[in-house]
Structures are given as structure tokens and as C-alpha cells.
Design a protein around this ligand. Structure first.
Ligand code: 13P
Length: 591
């Protein structure tokens, strides 16, 4: 069987495909498989890297049959000890002697059947690397962990733990297989791409952080002829680790052929993970700022903007945003409500490394307090929240302007104005003029302004293109009023990367908006995986920051009354996870 030629394989990156036979196959069956593989493997294999992982007892024969072929042979486990009195164990040296070059470590079935902890896995990884073998490190979360929204945290934790004994010169010999426990074996379902990609992105970020030059991350769990194409096309997936569907040679080679075809049309990753931690992203070039006459309070405002842009050397600043329903008590009645239980959340915010923009809901300027403003760049904003389907009532905008002094006096550095507009709305010119006045009022007291632009579909029939065009028109109008930040929310169905680029270009053409207007992107939904995907989109589109909304707060709130004592931990765990993904994705260059 032909598994692909150089003509069909254009991606240029290696793609790994392997199969573990687990505890199946007689010695004779193993040998027959290896012979079929040796014969079926063409000379032109492009970027495919194949491997088979037989049981220990078949290693010698399989490695012998595949000697001289490009197919690697691996063992399913290794002893953590180099040698000695360890009955039943097989050392890495013994494995290497058979001709095997790879060791699988930490598979879910070993963690389950043999209670292998992260420490044991780390010891085995160290032992295998010390003998010059490659390691295929298996990681993955259970269904329970995923349901709790902790998949990324769990998997990245497993990866970090497994690297505990890896020396710098050894780390590039570790490949990672992401195999969600719930996707492996009979009766399971394969993970979908939206479930796989955020995990791979997060693992890649961690591997980069651990010093790997070019991480290799395979997906495993119910890979089959029906999903091989989609998985292989994903720029996040560097290979596949297959069980049942590859337990006969035709099945295996069929998957290889399908992967080779898919690779020919695969997109490369849009972002690089090469930028060192802490290097500000260059982002797309902007036209230089036209000199502006400094407004009263401008110095303070500039400081606020700078804090959001680059408060601690990070490339992207993160903002926490929450609606009126996010705090346990809604609406916040007064400053006293921030005392007591909320103090824990406030403490967590204060401990975070990046700048944070906290929106305090409509009508609650009294609960703003200088206590919230931290040296790490916490910026407190007052959100004017309205129903997303209706324009902001003019009276409310005027009231916002009047509140400016109160908000500033309470210690806020910035305010977010939610500006929902439809250009066809009669009187929209007046409304933009009003917005201009309100922004000027905030600027006069030194507050930075974030204007949110969200244009909702007119009706079900409206096309994504029409929606995007209307949104760009509104962006241009709002940007002319010179807010300090624009927050763009892209409705479902709109290509956010293209939308961002176009909006940015529209702004670059405007004198009033030229200069340091950063871009943020709204992350919606309750699902933390969706947030990570949004972060990737934000990075790919040159956004300067993004707003993490309900999903982050939902983690706190989901825990109900028990959430409050643990809020600091939950928040900072999530935050660090996001920061690590952001760091790795933030340079929008080709890989
Ligand atoms: P399945 O492909 O049979 O789900 O097994 C995957 C696996 O565990 C590979 O190690």
C-alpha cells in the first residue's frame, strides 16, 4: 500500500503515527505485522514518522524485522531503576538492547492498573532518557476532571511533573501523547478537534516553557478512519497514537495513507512559540500617532494605559470582566459588600502578575476603592452594562459622563463603556456625538476608556459578511471618538481573525485613533477551552489583550457557597494557565 509521496505531502513538518499493541498478539502475529509493515512502507515517506509499540516479549523479533526500515520500535513501559533486584521489571538498557528506540511512559492504563503516580512517571522518564531512548509521554484527563473544567490544568500539570528529572540536553527526546482517558478504548468516543486543540496549545506552551525547541504532541484515543483526516489537518496535532484501529497492518497503513493525504492540505500554525517570555509582541505595524494636545488628566490616563499594555513585561495583558450576575451578590449595593467574602477574590486579583481590568457593575461606583489598585497594575473600571440587543439609552450615557468624577475619586483608572449601536438607527450621528462628549469627560479626569463594540445580527437572515461590514463601520465611528481601548466582540459566524485585522486597518486610517490604541477581544461562553481558543485567535490577529469573561468567574461561582474560601486558588490557577498559553502564542509569526 502506498502511504503518500513527496508530491502529496507539502506541510514540511514531521508527523508521527504509531500504534501500541497493548497486551494483544502472539509472537507470530507480531512478526507477520512487522513483515507486512516492512514490505508496505514506501521509500518516499515524506514527513511521516512511524512507530510500533509491541509487548516486551515481541520486541526482539519486531525490531529485527523492521531493522533498516524507517519504522521505530518502542516498548510500552520501562523500569524506573537502571538495574538490580527488581523482580518483573525490564530496564531501559534491556529495552535498548532489543533494538527499540522509544519507550512509552505514563499510559492511562498503567496509571490506572498499576497506580503509577506522576513521581513514578518522572522516574521512568529519567531512566529512559539516561539510556539514550526517546520517550513517548502519555498524559490525559478523566471525564470527571474534564467535567470540572480542569482538563488543561491537569494535563499541563502531568507534563510539568514528568519533566522533573529531565536534563536540558535530554528534553528534546520527549514526545507527548495527549490521550484523554475518556477517549481511550472500547465504548469510548474520540475527542473532537475543539476538545483537542486547546489542550495541545496549552501543552505546547508548557513544553516551550520547559525549554523544548520544537514540541511534538500526538493525539490518541479512538483514532479511526473516520477522524484521521480532520485530526491530521489540524496545525495543533503533530501525530497520532492509535490502538484498536491500527492493530492489523492494513488498518495501520490505511491510517498512514489518509494522514499523508490530509497533510498535503494542512495549514501551518499561525503563531510562533519562539518569542522569549516577556518580550512584547511587535504585532502589526501601526501608523505613528499624530501629536495630540494633552487633555487635563492625560498623564494619569497614560499611566493607566501603559499598565494595561505592558505592566510586567508580558506581551498581552489580561483583563477580567464580569457582568452584574458574576458577583455572588447582585447588584453590589455598597462598599461594604466588597468586604468579607469578596475580600478573598480581591486578594487573588491583587496577587496576579498581569494587569487586570475589573468591571464593577452599573450603579456601584461607591464600591470602588483604592484597595483594589495594586502595584502589579490592577485597573478598576465601572461598566455600564445594558442589554446587548438594545442601544445604550442616551440618558445613561449622559449619566456616565456625570459619574466621571465619582469614578475617578473612587480610585478607578479606567472605565469600560458598553456601546451597542446599529448604524441604521435613526439619530446615530447624535449618539456618536454624545459618546464623544462622554469619553472627553472621562479623559478630563484622567480615566482611560475602553469602548466595547458589539453589533448583533439584525435577524436570522443576516449574513456574516454583512454583520462584519456593519461592525467595521461602527468600529470606525467609535475609534474616531478616541477611546483608549477598543473591545471587539465578534458574534458567532464571523471570522474573528479577519475581523480584527480589518478593524485594525480601519483604525490605522484614522488620525484620531492612531497611536497606542490597543485591541482586545471578547472571550465568551462558559467553557474554559473556548477561552483558550479565543486567546489563540487574539494572538493570531495581533490583539494587544483580551477580556476573560464569564468562564473564569463561572469557575468561582460554580462552586457555590464553597467557592469563596478557595477563590484565590481557583483564580490564580486559571490565570497562570491563561498566562502560559498567552505567552506561547503571542508572537504572530510563521512557525
Ligand atoms: P484506542 O485507539 O484503542 O482508543 O487506544 C488509544 C491508546 O490508548 C493508544 O495508546
Amino acid at each position: 500500500m502506498n502511504v503518500g509521496t513527496r508530491e502529496t505531502v507539502m506541510s514540511g513538518r514531521e508527523f508521527w503515527i504509531g500504534t501500541s499493541w497493548k497486551m494483544t498478539k502472539s509472537a507470530e502475529e507480531a512478526e507477520r505485522f512487522a513483515a507486512a509493515l516492512a514490505a508496505g512502507w514506501p521509500a518516499h515517506h515524506g514527513p511521516l514518522r512511524l512507530f510500533v509499540v509491541p509487548p516486551y516479549t515481541h520486541l526482539n523479533r519486531v525490531a529485527g524485522a523492521l531493522r533498516g526500515s524507517p519504522v521505530l520500535v518502542g516498548a510500552q513501559d520501562t523500569s524506573p531503576w537502571p538495574d538490580g533486584a527488581h523482580t518483573g521489571d525490564v530496564s531501559a538498557a534491556m529495552i535498548a538492547e532489543t533494538g527499540a528506540a522509544l519507550v512509552e511512559i505514563g499510559h492511562a492504563e498503567r496509571r490506572r492498573d498499576h497506580h503509577e503516580t506522576d513521581d513514578v512517571v518522572a522516574a521512568k522518564v529519567g531512566a529512559a532518557l539516561a539510556r539514550g531512548l526517546r520517550v513517548l509521554l502519555c498524559v490525559g484527563e478523566t471525564q470527571v476532571v474534564r467535567d470540572e473544567g480542569r482538563a488543561l490544568e491537569h494535563v499541563t500539570g502531568q507534563v510539568r511533573a514528568a519533566f522533573a528529572r529531565v536534563r536540558p540536553d535530554e528534553r528534546d527526546r520527549v514526545l507527548v501523547a495527549y490521550e484523554p482517558v475518556w477517549a481511550i478504548g472500547e465504548g469510548s468516543r474520540a475527542a473532537t478537534l475543539p476538545e483537542v486543540e486547546p489542550v495541545h496549545a496549552a501543552v505546547r506552551a508548557v513544553l516551550k516553557d520547559l525549554g523544548q525547541a520544537d514540541p511534538v504532541i500526538l493525539y490518541g484515543g479512538s483514532v479511526n478512519p473516520g477522524n484521521v483526516d480532520e485530526l491530521s489537518r489540524s496545525a495543533e496535532v503533530d501525530g497520532l497514537f492509535v490502538g484498536r484501529a491500527a492493530w492489523d497492518p492494513d488498518g495501520f497503513l490505511g491510517l498512514c495513507a489518509a494522514a499523508a493525504r490530509a497533510l498535503g492540505t494542512r495549514a501551518e500554525r499561525r503563531w510562533s512559540t519562539d518569542a522569549p517570555y516577556g518580550t512584547p509582541s511587535a504585532g502589526p505595524r501601526r501608523t505613528p500617532a499624530a501629536p495630540r494636545v494633552p487633555a487635563p488628566g492625560a498623564g494619569r490616563r497614560r499611566l493607566a494605559v501603559q499598565r494595561v499594555l505592558d505592566p510586567s513585561g508580558r506581551m498581552l495583558s489580561l483583563a477580567v470582566d464580569h457582568g452584574p450576575d458574576a458577583w455572588p451578590v447582585t447588584p453590589v449595593p455598597d462598599a461594604a459588600a466588597l468586604a468579607g467574602p469578596k475580600a478573598d477574590i480581591v486578594a487573588a486579583l491583587r496577587g496576579l502578575p498581569s494587569s487586570v481590568l475589573v468591571d464593577v457593575e452599573h450603579g456601584a461606583p461607591a464600591c470602588l476603592s483604592r484597595d483594589l489598585v495594586t502595584p502589579s497594575g490592577l485597573i478598576v473600571g465601572l461598566e455600564r452594562q445594558t442589554a446587548p440587543t438594545a442601544p445604550v439609552p442616551a440618558a445613561e450615557l449622559v449619566a456616565d459622563g456625570r459619574d466621571a468624577a465619582t469614578v475617578a475619586a473612587a480610585g478607578a483608572d479606567a472605565i469600560k463603556l458598553m456601546w451597542v449601536e446599529d448604524l441604521d438607527d435613526a439619530g446615530s450621528a447624535d449618539r456618536f456625538a454624545l459618546l464623544e462628549r462622554v469619553i472627553a469627560d472621562f479623559h478630563a479626569v484622567g480615566l482611560a476608556v475602553m469602548a466595547e463594540v458589539l453589533v448583533t445580527p439584525r435577524d436570522r437572515e443576516e449574513s456574516a459578511e454583512s454583520l462584519r461590514r456593519r461592525q467595521l463601520d461602527v468600529v470606525a465611528e467609535v475609534a474616531r471618538r478616541a477611546p483608549d481601548f477598543l473591545k471587539l466582540a465578534f458574534p458567532a459566524g464571523v471570522d474573528a481573525v479577519a475581523g480584527h485585522a480589518a478593524a485594525r486597518a480601519a483604525c490605522d486610517d484614522l488620525d484620531a485613533a492612531a497611536g497606542s490604541l490597543p485591541w482586545t477581544i471578547l472571550s465568551g461562553g462558559q467553557d474554559f477551552g473556548a477561552v483558550v481558543r479565543q486567546v489563540a485567535v487574539a494572538c493570531a490577529s495581533g490583539a494587544s489583550g483580551f477580556v476573560v469573561g464569564r468562564s473564569l468567574w463561572a469557575d468561582l461561582l460554580d462552586a457555590g457557597s464553597a467557592l469563596i474560601p478557595g477563590a484565590a486558588d481557583v483564580l490564580s490557577a486559571r490565570w497562570h494557565e491563561l498566562a502560559s498559553v498567552t505567552r506561547a502564542l503571542a508572537a504572530p509569526t510563521e512557525r
